[in-house]
Design a binder for this molecule. Structure first.
Ligand code: CTP
Ligand code: CA
Length: 227
């Protein structure tokens, strides 16, 4: 291998990354959303591209600029993210689902702005499709599928359960370190659990550095899948 090829170990590979929140419409002016900034997913997409992969980024609404050289598909709802992900999944070697997808969406979307009337008001919600679990069901042996988990209790146990249930190769567990990690920050503290049982705990670091760590494991996994 030439040194240039050494630096592009994912040349010829295709990667799919989801990032950011989803917005679930209530009426023409309101939605249910969450505080995901998209920073983790964008950093992953950029790193995968630096490693030589052809990257598609499926992004919910964020304040981040579209990364250059990356095909970016902007979506709003969980349903739209499901549709875009399913079609891009077919040709992807590496799939990283870092989006904070809404678990529930309104049963009905009002066509007009809802007026305030009653003292108490509720909106009926239904479950969205679990995109990651859906892709896990259709995963081919040489695809690398990575999911995320955010937990507040029995972290590792819940993360391992998601890894199994969704048929993942890796799950990245985000730990809630008071204020220094997660939503709205530039840092994350993660533990990565692999399908084969390895558990790697990382220090608090920048999301860019976390992206590098995750991509290192993806590289190793891709190399094994093709050896
Ligand atoms: N995820 C997804 N589609 C959904 C919900 C979640 O693809 N409708 C993905 C997320 O992108 C993440 C992983 O599933 O990679 C775990 O998300 P998380 O919210 O931690 O887990 P859930 O399975 O939704 O369970 P819960 O929120 O009840 O902990
Ligand atoms: Ca969830």
């Amino acid at each position: 291998l030439s040194s240039l090829e050494d630096n592009l170990p994912l040349k010829g590979k295709t990667a799919l990354v989801t990032a950011g929140p989803t917005y679930e419409s209530i009426d023409p002016v309101r939605f249910i959303g969450n505080h995901s900034s998209g920073k983790m997913g964008y950093a992953l997409a950029i790193r995968l591209k630096e490693l030589g992969a052809k990257v598609t980024l499926i992004s919910g609404p964020t304040a981040l600029p579209a990364p250059t050289g990356i095909k970016t598909i902007n979506i709003q709802s969980a349903q739209q993210m499901l549709e875009a992900s399913s079609s891009e999944f077919v040709t992807a070697d590496i799939i990283v689902m870092s989006a904070a997808v809404a678990d529930y969406t309104p049963v009905d979307v009002a066509h007009q702005k809802i007026k305030k009337k009653e003292e108490e008001f509720s909106i009926q919600l239904k479950k969205t499709t679990d995109i990651l679990a859906f892709l896990g069901q259709h995963k081919r042996p040489q695809q690398t599928l990575v999911g995320f988990a955010l937990e507040t209790n029995n972290e590792l146990e819940h993360a391992k359960d998601k890894l199994e249930r969704k048929n993942l190769d890796f799950i990245v567990l985000n730990s809630l370190v008071d204020k220094g990690a997660g939503f709205g920050t530039d840092t994350n503290k993660v533990t990565i659990v692999s399908k084969t049982g390895e558990i790697e705990e990382f220090n608090l670091k920048s999301k860019v550095e976390v992206a590098n760590d995750i991509c290192e494991l993806i590289l190793q996994h891709q190399n094994k899948a093709y050896s």
